[in-house]
Design a binder for this molecule. Sequence first.
Ligand SMILES: C[S@@+](CC[C@H](N)C(=O)[O-])C[C@H]1O[C@@H](n2cnc3c(N)ncnc32)[C@H](O)[C@@H]1O
Length: 295
Amino acid sequence: MRNVDLARSLLKASIPFADTARRMKRRLKPYVPNPIHTGFSFDDGIGLLHALRQIGADLSGDVLEVGSGWTPVVPLLFHLAGARSVTLTDLERLFDETSVPTAMAFVHPRLGGVAQVLGMEVDQLAARLPHFRPAYVCPWRADRHPAASVDIAISRAVMEHVPAREVPELFRELRRIVRPGGLMCHSIDNTDHWQHGDGKGSLVDFLRYPTDSLRWRLSQVNTQGRMNRFRHSDYLALAREAGWEIVSESGRVPPDILRDVLRMKEAGELAPEFADRDPHDLATTATLLIARRGD
Ligand SMILES: C[S@@+](CC[C@H](N)C(=O)[O-])C[C@H]1O[C@@H](n2cnc3c(N)ncnc32)[C@H](O)[C@@H]1O
């Protein structure tokens, strides 16, 4: 975590009416999505659909996405897969009139790959593409969302930003919102987002900061920069505790990240809350979790 990045995030967090300021800025200078980031969303969305198909999930029901952000590529993929309805949600309004067209323009040239994963024809998907009209709920409160109203709740790159104390409640609320027999399905980025910029530091660098240290607490002031640092096994345990049955889970452990963890452990650099944990679990950079709500 570089001092300059920390200072920038604190400055952004101190701007009054940041939501309104962002909307005014976007009116003057429209948001241009980074195609690399959109590509990551697309790949993760394909990963979610692939995993769901592997467990024989029915993709024709009502889908709710938690934390949709700027460009709804993942929900668009669920629309293509046959979802009856798609509802996007967010805490802060990032979605605007350019969001759906941007997602469509990104996905259109990639329909061949989508068709392969879904076992469908490209023409069928091309005909479905223009009919993507998601609902958008913002600000979204899980506890106000109707019970048993969706078949699949999904998220991508969101769970890691939900404060640690709120994840158990969110999993319980999603269990209430999803119909009996329905699924929740999360693609989670467990890496240190402070290291995403220049690619120089380790993607597990944040494991060195004790949760109660001043530096870590300052890093959590800006809501868009929050990270709970839960590891792969934490999400599985929390889902089970909330009453979900895990039907599919996988974690990615890149060898260089495992080496970083082992080096930090050896050098006594891990914060006390991580020092005694399984290095593989600490080095799991991505989590894919599918859980079922029993009857
Ligand atoms: C990194 S963005 C990911 C956006 C999008 N899912 C994607 O993959 O491009 C995280 C999003 O989650 C939203 N978010 C964070 N916590 C949330 C919560 N508890 N409920 C709903 N949205 C949340 C943020 O406002 C932000 O839009």
